[in-house]
Structure formats: structure tokens, C-alpha cells
Design a binder for this molecule. Structure first.
Ligand code: SAM
Length: 211
């Protein structure tokens, strides 16, 4: 069996999110699949995927981020079109319904302006996912910190490290899963960081359409 030397792992995987890595190890993301990284930033989560033959697309509100990820694609996966990477708000994505096998959204949803924007973004991520596809979202919530954070406007919290974020509470997350009639591929997993912020990972499968 071929083993990669441990020292080659950072070059291979870069700063990939461990929950995304977990899904790779579980075989849920494969070569040839169409994957959207929604709120891709500079592309840390798609560096490996591009090289592994995943058909990567990206959307981000920041022109600078999209320029960076296009540059990464030109270097690592020149067969990917620069048009795969678009400047867009996640609440209004310029992609067709059911366009993707996998939609990834890491560290973005807590930048929602309010609950309506948060809901719109989730519904839009769901719209572009095909039946049978997987949505992986990682975002800050109040889970495990209920009553401990300062709410400065409905759903908006002053975070101890400085910014004001929109934090979904657990009933909202569960309600959305129910409304989408999604299958939970993993239990809801939440990490508390120094009792100051809470990062929740939601991994959903869109059920196949009933014929
Ligand atoms: C903390 S970075 C995370 C980037 C990347 N997903 C990662 O995990 O490294 C948040 C990114 O979300 C983008 N973003 C925030 N709100 C957005 C929105 N409503 N629509 C699209 N992108 C958004 C920002 O421009 C930024 O690039």
C-alpha cells in the first residue's frame, strides 16, 4: 500500500477544514463531482479538491477573494474555467437549480445581516444542490453558550473577540432541517472555543425526489 509521507500532508491538504476532511475520508466527495464552495474566501478548502479532480466552483461577496481563488485554480487545475468562480451574495446565487453534487459553506453564515438573510442563504444553498447531494455548513451558533453572550439586536451578538455576528440558535437550525426535509448525515456537532464562541457543523443530504 502506498503511503504519503507525513511531511507532505500540509502541501497536499493545506489548511483544509477537518470536518470537510472527515467527509472526504467517508467517501462522500469524489473525483468528477461538481462542488460549490459558497463563501469560498481565498480557497483554503478547495486547494486539495481542485487537484483531486473535483469540479470546483466558488462564490463569494468579495471580488478580492474570487480573484485569489481564480489564481489558485489557474495554477492547480487549469481545466477549471475562471467562470466557475463568481462574485455573489449567497442569498442570490447565479447557478441553476440542482447544479451541484456537494455544497460547502464554511465560516460564512454567521455573517448574515439578520435571520431573514440567514434563512435566504440556506434556502439558496439548498436550491442549487441536487437530490442525493450533500450540504456541509460550518457556522457559529449559540449552542452551548445560551444566555452567556450579549445579544445587541435580534439574533445578533457581540462576540468576545470583537465582531457582531448573527448566531442561529438550535431550534432555528432544527426547524430548517425539518422544513427542508433533509436527512442528517451526521449528528449536529458543536465545538466550544474557549467558552467564547461556538462552531456548529451541519451535514445534510437532500433526499432523492420521489418519482
Ligand atoms: C471567514 S471567511 C471563510 C472563507 C472560507 N469559506 C474558509 O473557510 O476559509 C468568510 C467569507 O465569506 C464571505 N461572505 C460573507 N458573507 C457573504 C455573503 N452574504 N455572500 C457571499 N459571501 C459572503 C466573505 O467575503 C469571506 O470571504
Amino acid at each position: 500500500m502506498f503511503h504519503l509521507p507525513i511531511s507532505s500532508l500540509p502541501a497536499q491538504f493545506g489548511n483544509i477544514d477537518i470536518y470537510l476532511f472527515d467527509q472526504l475520508l467517508k467517501g462522500r466527495i469524489r473525483k468528477g463531482m461538481k462542488l460549490l464552495d459558497a463563501g469560498c474566501g481565498g480557497g483554503r478548502n478547495v486547494q486539495y479538491l481542485m487537484q483531486a479532480g473535483v469540479k470546483v466552483y466558488g462564490a463569494d461577496a468579495s471580488e478580492e477573494a474570487i480573484a485569489k481563488v481564480r489564481g489558485m485554480a489557474a495554477e492547480l487545475a487549469p481545466t477549471l474555467s475562471p467562470k466557475n468562480f463568481v462574485v455573489a451574495d449567497l442569498a442570490n446565487l447565479p447557478f441553476a437549480d440542482a447544479a451541484f453534487d456537494v455544497v460547502l459553506c464554511s465560516a460564512v453564515l454567521h455573517f448574515a445581516y439578520d435571520e431573514a438573510h440567514f434563512r435566504s442563504m440556506i434556502l439558496e444553498l439548498w436550491r442549487v444542490l441536487q437530490p442525493g447531494g450533500m450540504l456541509l455548513c460550518r457556522f457559529s451558533t449559540t449552542i452551548g453558550l445560551e444566555g452567556k453572550l450579549q445579544e445587541v439586536a435580534p439574533g445578533k451578538y457581540q462576540m468576545p473577540h470583537g465582531p457582531v455576528w448573527f448566531l442561529a440558535h438550535e431550534p432555528l437550525v432544527r426547524e430548517l432541517v425539518y422544513t427542508l426535509q433533509a436527512e442528517m448525515l451526521e449528528p449536529l456537532k458543536t465545538v466550544l472555543v474557549e467558552q467564547e464562541r461556538s462552531m456548529t457543523t451541519l451535514v445534510l443530504r437532500k433526499k432523492d425526489e420521489v418519482l
